[in-house]
Design a binder for this molecule. Structure first.
Ligand SMILES: N[C@@H](CCC(=O)N[C@@H](CS)C(=O)NCC(=O)O)C(=O)O
Length: 212
């Protein structure tokens, strides 16, 4: 059985999609239409009861969920791709940045903008929740920007933390939030990578590549 990758175009799963292509893996892509509520359907809940993407079903049938866990599994399973720095300190720094992108920029920041109602049921509070989200995003990118100063990638080479940063940078660009200079340069650098270009084209974002 080949790997099955459950994804939604333009979501956080895009980061994992990029890593799968960077590793040159053979897999089947299954689209979960989040807007249509596919994540709550019985068949999908049987695969990922967390009702979210990404999920990766391995050749042996075991299911991996959570961006950071899947990314770390890919880095450890395909060491020749050097998706994590070699030193323990470098690895921990990369994990710190990846987790910050997912747990803070995505789950605390962008989630307040994309799924405002989950943070405040009353529409009276929505503007305040979104403003809080933007503040978290601005502060978060300012921190990441300092981490990227003088560097092309988080580590010496492209790695899993870069893929996590890519999807939040992509969201910032798509929603018109200005990225600070090092993050913008990082985003544009990633847009030149063949795997990133292939994934964006496959996910329906060829226009982003033409504009870059
Ligand atoms: N902590 C999870 C979060 C995944 C997540 O939030 N995925 C979003 C798409 S970016 C999702 O599937 N949301 C389902 C929904 O909005 O109902 C991870 O790191 O994988």
């Amino acid at each position: 059985m080949s790997k099955r990758f459950y994804m939604t175009p333009g979501s956080c799963s895009t980061g994992i999609h990029i890593l799968l292509e960077e590793c040159g893996l053979v897999f089947e892509a299954w689209v979960v239409n989040l807007l249509a509520g596919d994540q709550y359907k019985k068949d999908y809940l049987a695969i990922n009861p967390k009702a979210s993407v990404p999920a990766l079903v391995l050749d042996n049938g075991s299911v991996l969920t959570e961006f950071s866990a899947i990314a770390w599994w890919l880095a450890k399973s395909y060491p020749k791709r050097k998706l994590l720095p070699e030193s323990v300190e470098g690895e921990v720094r990369a994990l710190g940045i990846m987790n910050y992108a997912v747990n803070t920029l995505h789950m605390q920041g962008f989630a307040r903008i994309f799924t405002t109602e989950r943070f405040a049921p009353s529409s009276c509070d929505h503007a305040a929740v979104q403003a809080q989200g933007r503040q978290i995003i601005d502060q978060g990118f300012a921190i990441v920007d300092r981490e990227l100063a003088g560097r092309d990638y988080v580590g010496e080479h492209f790695g899993i933390a870069d893929a996590a940063l890519f999807y939040v940078e992509f969201w910032a660009e798509r929603t018109g939030l200005a990225l600070p200079p090092n993050c913008l340069a990082h985003y544009r650098r990633l847009l030149t990578r063949p795997a990133v270009r292939q994934v964006l084209a496959e996910e329906g974002y060829a226009a982003v590549l033409r504009a870059a």
